[in-house]
Design a protein around this ligand. Structure first.
Ligand code: MV4
Length: 491
């Protein structure tokens, strides 16, 4: 089954290639778009056809809706896959596709619009019997009202922007005295970032876990979930490590959370692939938001379920019913994803774009790499700094961790600073190994001390490896990173 003759991929980098790979296996022709900065990028080479879409800045290229629709017309593509980021959750683009008779591979525009409002989506879920974090039901009109609600739910509370994302405009309030300032700060940031100053408050959960459920819904009323992913390890609201399944999941909790996730899908009139994000704290879980797109970390769900999520997206977009029922799905083994970024973990994760002068990626059993870069490639400062998604699967969680360590130790990336040493440290951190992750993991765990201990203990073995793998520079880089950190810490 082909679903479409030709698909336009309105994205770049690894996710554009990921979507094209599904198309290649389905005999669907692919159309790439590229900005001036991406003329020689891998996703352009991978596609059957490629069209220049505009200048490097996203507003001139990957966000240029009219131009992208033009290219779909010109190339004869019947459908557009938006990937993640850029136009993926822009309801105006989904609506434009509908109006222009091009299939948007994603949910209906009205669903995207409704889920884009934190207050609105929370209201829908509250009415559908999905647990939500206690707080204001609508936007805050005056600080006195906020104080009244806060005194009922108890401090600390958190002020959030309704239009927000990525933690922008979030303010934690510890007592009544801080309320007015937090609300005005949050409103100011929300207004300038989203053009919408609507904010709301809710109970602040201390060190929660981020647990999300992958769901699918077709146009025939069927909805299933593909279990959960745990994504608590983040920095500045960007995920660094994800895994599936979640270590603290029990059959009972999974049943309840999955039931809520399916309720979310039904309540939002959902179609296609989506992710329902929950915060989990002290045995309770709460709906946080719905992501109406294919996610970066879909790979680990593919590992544990064997389902090709992109192929299913295309099938649903073509009007096909889901090819499986809930009872056909089960979890096999454990998968972990490390997002390898060109950035410096020892300098507040500052981006470190530049040329990759030496590159060799790992492989072998249970390893998957999704990447849009190669040796000699120059990572542009204009786009995000992800080098690759390194995923490891094995029968048990601990085996998957050991496999990830092995893969990291095979990885050679020279020319830019990367998060690899940090991932190495996390994979050797006892709390991580024990499954004790939460949203403040990086700050609370003495990750870099663990890195130091690991490096010291394993140096001899690493040196041997370095000889045969020509990894001397990598070992030196890790050692230097540890020394810099210790210098900073000690004075
Ligand atoms: C919270 C929270 C605690 N309590 N809400 C961060 C991003 C945004 N999507 C929501 N976020 C949070 N909301 C309440 N009521 C803690 C966070 C949070 C967080 C959530 C998920 C993953 C990482 C995080 C890191 C810091 C804070």
């Amino acid at each position: 089954m082909k679903y479409f003759e030709k698909l336009l991929i309105a994205n770049r980098g690894e996710i554009a290639i990921r979507v094209m790979r599904a198309c290649r296996e389905l005999d669907i022709e692919t159309v790439a778009i590229y900005s001036t900065a991406d003329k020689n990028a891998l996703h352009v080479k991978y596609a059957d056809e490629a069209f220049h879409v505009g200048e490097a800045h996203p507003s001139k290229s990957y966000l240029n809706m009219e131009r992208i629709i033009d290219i779909a017309r010109k190339s004869g593509a019947e459908a557009v896959h938006p990937g993640y980021g850029f136009l993926a959750e822009n309801y105006k683009f989904a609506k434009l596709c509908l109006d222009e008779n091009v299939t948007f591979v994603g949910p209906r525009w009205k669903t995207i619009k409704a889920m884009g409002s934190k207050i609105g989506s929370k209201q829908i879920m509250r009415e559908s019997g999905v647990p939500v974090i206690p707080g204001t039901e609508g936007g805050i009109k005056d600080p006195e009202e906020a104080k009244k609600i806060a005194s009922v739910i108890g401090y600390p509370v958190i002020v959030k922007a309704s239009a927000g994302g990525g933690g922008i405009g979030m303010q934690i309030v510890n007592d009544e005295k801080g309320m007015e300032e937090a609300i005005s700060a949050s409103m100011r940031i929300a207004q300038s970032a989203f053009g919408d100053a609507t904010v709301f408050i809710e109970k602040y959960l201390v060190k929660p876990r981020h647990i999300e459920f992958q769901i699918f819904a077709d146009e025939h009323g069927n909805a299933v979930h593909l279990f959960e992913r745990e994504c608590s390890i983040q920095r500045r609201h960007q995920k660094l490590v994800e895994e599936a399944p979640c270590t603290i999941m029990t059959p009972d909790l999974r049943e309840r959370m999955a039931d809520s996730a399916i309720r979310v899908a039904k309540a939002s009139d959902y179609t296609n692939a989506g992710t329902v994000e929950f915060l989990y704290s002290n045995g309770n879980y709460y709906f946080m938001e719905m992501n109406t797109r294919l996610q970066v970390e879909h790979t680990i769900t593919e590992f544990i379920t064997g389902v090709d999520i992109v192929k299913q997206q295309l099938a649903i977009a073509a009007g096909e019913p889901l090819s499986f029922e809930q009872k056909d799905l089960s979890i096999r083994g454990h998968a972990i994803e490390c997002r390898i970024n060109a950035e410096d973990p020892l300098n507040n994760f500052a981006a470190d774009p530049g040329k990759i002068v030496r590159y060799r990626s790992p492989g072998g059993p249970g390893i998957r790499i999704d990447s849009g870069i190669h040796m000699g490639y120059t990572i542009s400062p204009v786009y995000d700094s992800m080098i690759s998604k390194l995923c490891a699967w094995d029968r048990t969680r601990y085996d998957a961790i050991k496999r990830m360590r092995r893969a990291i130790s095979e990885y050679i990336i020279l020319g830019v600073k990367t998060t690899l040493p940090l991932h190495y440290a996390i994979m050797n951190n006892q709390q991580y190994i024990d499954g004790n992750t939460h949203t403040h993991f990086l700050e609370e765990e003495h990750i870099f001390d663990t890195l130091e201990r690991y490096t010291r203990d394993e140096e001899a073995r690493m040196q041997t490896l370095a000889g045969s793998f020509d990894q001397g520079k990598k070992v030196a880089a890790i050692t230097a990173a540890v020394n810099t950190y210790l210098q900073q810490k000690n004075g």
